[in-house]
Design a binder for this molecule. Structure first.
Ligand code: BDR
Ligand code: CA
Length: 311
């Protein structure tokens, strides 16, 4: 079966870490590079987390550091969800894995220039790197197969009443990506809130044993502790892994093609995504927005990932 060529732009981040594990474990993924954005924590920490994850599980991959702040705003981070380090209680082994000596933007350009086939770009953090890339290298847009993005919501936000974190951190960047003309698959909170892991399932993941199991357990447990404290829930959504799960098996999901935009001006609504399910604006439909997930299939994929990486 043909492999799926992909660049992953991420801000690890507990659920970003699970997304990376899903990609690392699959022999169907052809990961061309990992690029890192600021978001859940500052750029030095997200980069260090990504570097250690790559070093532990896929050291042959290229990895590069991206922008340290959003296009226009100061950075907003989420240490209350992901811990000060960005990976909560996860302890990753030391590694001598080196970053590429070029920026994330340059690495994306280099990979696309050299590629004879179109490449998917998965984005699991704020979209600053990708927006800058699109502005600097517009001629390489045609080399992108599609963007698979975790971000946005039509069911209320998790930072403000209407804005989801990844969009809120850099809505101007999201606006550039949404208007790029590149096809988009969006995993908003609408679907990712249904992609939850229960405490019992977390126990089963822990029982698999080995490094991948410890990392997955630590990452999910850190997010679960936050969910317990703030929302009194004993299950936690795994937002970012939905992107990789979709690429690996789109049949796990249902969605609708819609016009997707973002609010940049609202006094209370900055960073709200406009997901025009009813086509009220009559605009061109630029995204497939995922709304439903086969949760049992998703959990099986996470468990299989941990087992594969431990082999
Ligand atoms: C998104 O925000 C981050 O905290 C997560 O890593 C995910 O990408 C969910 O709103
Ligand atoms: Ca993320």
């Amino acid at each position: 079966m043909k492999k799926i060529p992909v660049i992953i732009d991420c801000d690890p981040g507990c659920d970003d870490a699970i997304a990376l594990l899903l990609a690392f474990a699959s022999d169907r993924m052809d990961i061309k590079g990992v690029t890192v954005s600021a978001g859940n924590v500052n750029i030095n920490n997200t980069t260090e987390n990504a570097r250690k994850l790559v070093g532990a599980f896929k050291p042959e991959l290229k990895i590069a550091k991206g922008c340290e702040k959003p296009l226009f705003k100061t950075i907003v981070t989420a240490p209350e969800v992901h811990g000060e380090s960005g990976l909560g209680s996860v302890r990753l082994p030391e590694t001598d894995k080196k970053l590429e000596g070029i920026t994330a933007i340059e690495l994306i350009a280099e990979i696309l220039k050299e590629s004879e086939e179109k490449i998917n770009i998965v984005i699991t953090g704020p979209m600053t790197n990708i927006a800058v890339f699109l502005m600097v290298y517009p001629e390489l847009k045609s080399k992108i197969e599609k963007f698979i993005i975790m971000g946005g919501s039509s069911i209320g936000g998790n930072v403000t009443p209407s804005a989801e974190f990844n969009i809120y951190v850099d809505a101007e960047a999201a606006d550039i990506v949404f208007k790029s003309g590149v096809d988009i698959v969006l995993c908003p909170l609408d679907v990712t809130m249904k992609a939850f892991v229960t405490e019992k399932e977390l126990g089963e993941i822990r029982n698999i044993g080995g490094l991948a199991s410890e990392v997955a357990y630590g990452a999910i447990k850190t997010s679960l502790d936050f969910y317990k404290e703030f929302y009194q829930k004993s299950e936690v959504p795994m937002h970012d892994p939905c992107t990789i799960a979709y690429l690996l098996n789109s049949e796990l999901f249902k969605g609708e093609r819609v016009f997707l935009g973002t609010e940049l001006k609202g006094e209370f609504t900055y960073g709200e995504t406009i997901i025009d399910y009813r086509n009220k604006f009559g605009q061109e439909k630029n995204a497939l927005v995922l709304t439903e997930i086969d949760r049992a299939g998703f959990i099986t994929l996470i468990k299989k990932t941990v087992e594969t990486l431990n082999k």
